[in-house]
Design a binder for this molecule. Structure first.
Ligand SMILES: NC(=O)c1ccc[n+]([C@@H]2O[C@H](COP(=O)([O-])OP(=O)(O)OC[C@H]3O[C@@H](n4cnc5c(N)ncnc54)[C@H](OP(=O)(O)O)[C@@H]3O)[C@@H](O)[C@H]2O)c1
Length: 245
C-alpha cells in the first residue's frame, strides 16, 4: 500500500508536527507553505519529504504543486488541508474588508482549491480513491470573542467536509474533519498574548501538546478507504467549549 500525503501549512505548528509524525510513520510527504526556505531547512535532507512553495489561495500555484508531487511519487492518497490564519480580533463593525477577504481567501478558498485538485487526482488515479482531511477548529462549532471572519470560514469548512464526503462516495474518496482546540502553536500563543494584553487579569486558555493532534490526523489517514472518521474533536481538556464555560 502506498502512503502519500500532501500537508498544507507544513512550515509551522500543526502542519509541521503532522509532517514529522507522518514521515516517522513511513509516509511520503508533500509539504506546502509560502515559506519554502523554512520547509527546505527543516525537511530538505529527507528523501521522503518534498517541499512545495505555494500560496494556497493561488489557483495556478496549487495545481502546479500537486502535479509536481504526483509526477515524483505517482499518486496522492491523502490531503491534509491545514493552512490557515487568524486575522486581528475585532467585533464585526471593526473588521476591515481586507482582513475579511484574507480570511476567506486562505482559510476557505485555499482549502477549496487544494481539495478540488486532490479530488480530481484521486478520482482519476488507479486504484481510484483517497482521503481529504480538513482542519476545522473548535471555531467550526462555537466562536471565541472577536473572531467573526475566522469563525465564518471555519463553519464553512464543515460544509466543505460534508460535501466532499457525499460527492466522494462513488469514487472511494473520503472527506473528514479534525476540530482542534488549542494545540500549542504560534497561532495559539499569539491568541493568548492578545487575551492578556486586553485584560492582564485574564486566565490564558489551556493548551495541549501539538503532537497529540498530529497523531490524531495519522489515525484518520491510516484507516482503510471503506472506513471514515467524519469528524473528530480533540482539545485541551480544561478549555471552555462544552456547556457554559
Ligand atoms: N493551534 C490550534 O489550536 C488550532 C485550533 C483550531 C484550528 N487550528 C487550525 O490549524 C491550522 C494551522 O494552525 P497552527 O496553529 O498550526 O498555525 P501556524 O503555526 O500559524 O501555522 C499556519 C500554517 O499555515 C501556513 N499558511 C498560512 N497562509 C498560507 C497561505 N496563503 N498559503 C500556504 N500556507 C499558508 C503557514 O505557512 P507560511 O506562512 O510559510 O505560508 C503555516 O505553515 C489552521 O487552519 C488553524 O485554523 C489550529
Amino acid at each position: 500500500m502506498s502512503k502519500n500525503i500532501i500537508i498544507t501549512g507544513a512550515s509551522s505548528g500543526i502542519g509541521r508536527a503532522t509532517a514529522d509524525c507522518f514521515l516517522a510513520a513511513g509516509w511520503t510527504v508533500g509539504l506546502i507553505a509560502r515559506r519554502s526556505a523554512v520547509l527546505s531547512q527543516v525537511f530538505g535532507d529527507n528523501p521522503a519529504a518534498m517541499p512545495l512553495e505555494c500560496d494556497v489561495s493561488d489557483e495556478g500555484a496549487v495545481a502546479a504543486a500537486f502535479d509536481a508531487f504526483v509526477a515524483k511519487f505517482g499518486r496522492l492518497d491523502v490531503l491534509f488541508n491545514n493552512a490557515g490564519l487568524f486575522t486581528p480580533a475585532a467585533s464585526i463593525d471593526e473588521v476591515t474588508l481586507k482582513n475579511w477577504k484574507t480570511s476567506v481567501d486562505v482559510n476557505l478558498t485555499g482549502s477549496f482549491l487544494c481539495a478540488r485538485k486532490a479530488f480530481g487526482l484521486m478520482r482519476a488515479q488507479d486504484p481510484q480513491g483517497g482521503r481529504i482531511i480538513n482542519n476545522g477548529s473548535i471555531s467550526a462549532h462555537t466562536p471565541r470573542p472577536g473572531s467573526v471572519a475566522y469563525t465564518a470560514t471555519k463553519h464553512a469548512i464543515t460544509g466543505l467536509t460534508k460535501s466532499i464526503a457525499l460527492d466522494g462516495r462513488p469514487y472511494r474518496i473520503n472527506g473528514g474533519q479534525i476540530d482542534i482546540g488549542n494545540a500549542g502553536t504560534e497561532m495559539v500563543t499569539e491568541l493568548n498574548a492578545r487575551k492578556l494584553a486586553a485584560d492582564p487579569n485574564a486566565t490564558p486558555d489551556p493548551v495541549m501538546d501539538v503532537n497529540h493532534s498530529a497523531r490524531a490526523v495519522l489515525q484518520m489517514a491510516e484507516l482503510p478507504l471503506d472506513t471514515n472518521i467524519l469528524f473528530m474533536t480533540i482539545m485541551a481538556s480544561e478549555m471552555a467549549f462544552v456547556g457554559r464555560g
